[in-house]
Design a protein around this ligand. Structure first.
Ligand code: S3P
Length: 188
């Protein structure tokens, strides 16, 4: 089984894309890239500032441009922002030469992991949980549709998630290979 050129992580805010992505990249010997962080570096400003000044639409344009630029990067694990699946034109960019992994996480976990965060403009309001629920209802079908692997992360340590992902992406033993054939694209 040949290794994918890229591993692209999709999923909601608080799914652990950056933490898991960084660990997975180290494990695979791939480079770790994060679209949000590169957008911030290029802009010389953080995401709340970009949303303030350019609006969400301005941010989404930068996000699409970044996905275009990174679509050909070899041997990378790419963490994407939770809303990257919202533009249909991003879908082919996410899937190009990639294994797409959906880190599926309960609303409770998302709330817990984003509670103290001030860098996510969509959650700076009176009802961040309500926002996360609404976004999940819209986006979960898109994440599911795009995913080659759906990885459930609740009640799993990042280390376990990474081990399960490595086994899925690069199964070494015959038993692992049989398991992957059996599961197909199924949930892990
Ligand atoms: C967003 C998620 C954020 C970031 C921006 C918008 C979203 O990324 O791209 O605040 O629309 O869900 P994370 O998923 O890494 O938090």
């Amino acid at each position: 089984m040949s290794l994918p050129k890229r591993i692209v992580l999709i999923g909601p805010m608080g799914a652990g894309k950056s933490t898991i992505g960084r660990m997975l990249a180290r494990e695979m010997g791939y480079r770790f890239l994060d679209t949000d962080r590169i957008i911030e570096e290029r802009c010389g400003a953080n995401i709340p500032w970009i949303f303030d000044v350019e609006g969400e639409e301005g941010f989404r344009q930068r996000e699409t441009a970044m996905l275009e630029e990174l679509a050909a990067e070899p041997e990378t694990v790419l963490a994407t922002g939770g809303g990257a699946v919202m533009r249909p034109e991003n879908h082919a960019l996410l899937k190009k030469h990639s294994v797409v992994v959906y880190l599926r996480t309960s609303i409770e976990q998302q709330v817990e992991r984003t509670r103290k965060d001030r860098n996510r403009p969509l959650l700076q309001n009176d009802d961040p949980e309500g926002v996360l629920r609404t976004l999940f209802a819209v986006r979960d079908p898109l994440y599911t549709e795009l995913a080659d692997i759906i990885m459930h992360t609740d009640r799993k340590s990042p280390r376990l998630v990474v081990r399960q992902l490595v086994n899925r992406i690069n199964p070494k033993t015959p038993r692992q290979q049989r398991q992957v054939r059996k599961e197909g694209r199924n949930h892990v």
